[in-house]
Write a protein that binds this ligand. Structure first.
Ligand SMILES: *Cc1c(COP(=O)(O)O)cnc(C)c1O
Length: 355
């Protein structure tokens, strides 16, 4: 149990227009901060006014990307109350990330306590409009000023919040995806399963390339053979072929998404066959030619479910379901968003009340 000190803001920012929130543009009035010092552990948990950080220019995070982060949301229910979706899964995943990155972690209970405390402080910032939510960004940075490459003796864990609209400005319209066959996101033994900033810095070159070619996102292939599908941008990816729903196995190169896990649990409950065997991109393109690539969709906290309407791999282009959202994609979207925004009963026990 953390002993959180409150230093509340004396002036509050005006709230942005809920119809025009975008993603990650506005930040709330406060942030959560806790320090970690080698030999002492975690100390000085506090909720303070949102403000720029004071960092030594030699702070290790700035030089060697010694940081990690999480992404989750708080949802406003029809009765005005606020809830989280499986926050302990984010806490557990951050612990796994931090082990790989030699960063210290908060215990699951403390992580969830900190998220709840900040969201409750910022409860007026959780928007009311359909499809909007409060995006929560926990992260940890190595703060020790030191230019030698080694683990840091001091760290800071913070949580900031941003009210967000629907992730895709175009709504739930299918996205066009470019299959990356040149650059690699993750390799066995690497950091693909972690939310560490370096993974995203290294992915931008492909995002820029995809945009230049008229595509919205990149579909990554495995880093060894460039043969098997792994994931899309910052989403896990599902393919429905001939009544089997495939998604890449989480064996170290794929980010273990909370949305992915929840989709698999729902699909199995509904009686679908879910395969976590490796799926060759060649099989996806062949299925498309044979008219058997029934649905493709990405999953992630930001977008929830994002249908894919077009896939380009080398000189082949696959169009999926006439550019429309498929029935399984739609059912998953309705169910997950229904549970998250409290419009459907939570039979799975996934939600956690804040206030
Ligand atoms: C965050 C993320 C996901 C989705 O994870 P969720 O827990 O569902 O939000 C998928 N892939 C990558 C690379 C990610 O960073």
């Amino acid at each position: 149990m953390l002993n959180i000190k409150y230093e509340l803001a004396t002036t509050k920012k005006p709230k942005p227009d809920e119809n025009n929130l975008g993603f990650g543009i506005y930040y709330t009035d406060h942030m959560f901060v806790i320090d970690h010092t080698e030999g002492i552990g975690w100390h000085d948990a506090r909720i303070v006014p949102y403000a720029p950080l004071m960092l030594d220019p030699a702070a290790m995070v700035l030089h060697y990307a010694m940081e990690s982060f999480e992404g989750m949301k708080a949802y406003r229910l029809p009765d005005g109350s606020i809830q989280l979706f499986r926050p302990e899964k984010n806490a557990e995943r951050m612990i796994n990330t931090n082990k790989r990155m030699c960063l210290p972690s908060l215990p699951v209970e403390d992580f969830v306590q900190a998220v709840k405390a900040l969201v409750e402080t910022e409860k007026d910032w959780v928007p009311h409009q359909d499809g909007t939510s409060l995006y929560i960004r926990p992260f940890i940075i190595a703060t020790e000023p030191h230019l030698g490459v080694r683990t840091s003796k001091t760290h800071q864990f913070l949580i900031i919040c941003s009210p967000v609209g629907a992730y895709y400005s175009t709504g739930i319209n299918p996205v066009k995806i470019f299959v990356e066959d040149e650059y690699t996101r993750a390799c066995p033994g690497g950091t693909g399963f972690t939310k560490c900033g370096g993974n995203y810095a290294a992915s931008l070159v492909s995002q820029v390339k995809a945009h230049d070619l008229g595509y919205e996102q990149t579909l990554w292939l495995d880093g060894v053979e460039h043969k098997y599908v792994e994931e899309v941008g910052s989403m896990n990816c599902f393919f429905k072929i001939d009544d089997v729903i495939y998604t890449a196995p989480c064996v170290g190169t794929v980010l273990p998404g909370v949305t992915r896990m929840s989709c698999i649990e729902l699909l199995k409950k509904w009686g679908y066959t879910v395969s976590e065997d490796r799926l060759p991109i060649a099989k996806v393109m062949e299925a498309a030619k044979a008219g058997k690539l029934e649905e493709v969709f990405g999953t992630g906290t930001a977008a929830v479910i994002s249908p894919v309407g077009e896939l380009r791999y080398e000189d082949q282009v696959a169009f999926i379901n006439n550019g429309e959202i498929g029935p399984v994609t739609h059912k998953l979207y309705e169910t997950l968003t229904g549970i998250q925004w409290g419009k459907m009963p939570d039979d799975m026990g996934w939600t956690v009340k804040v206030c």
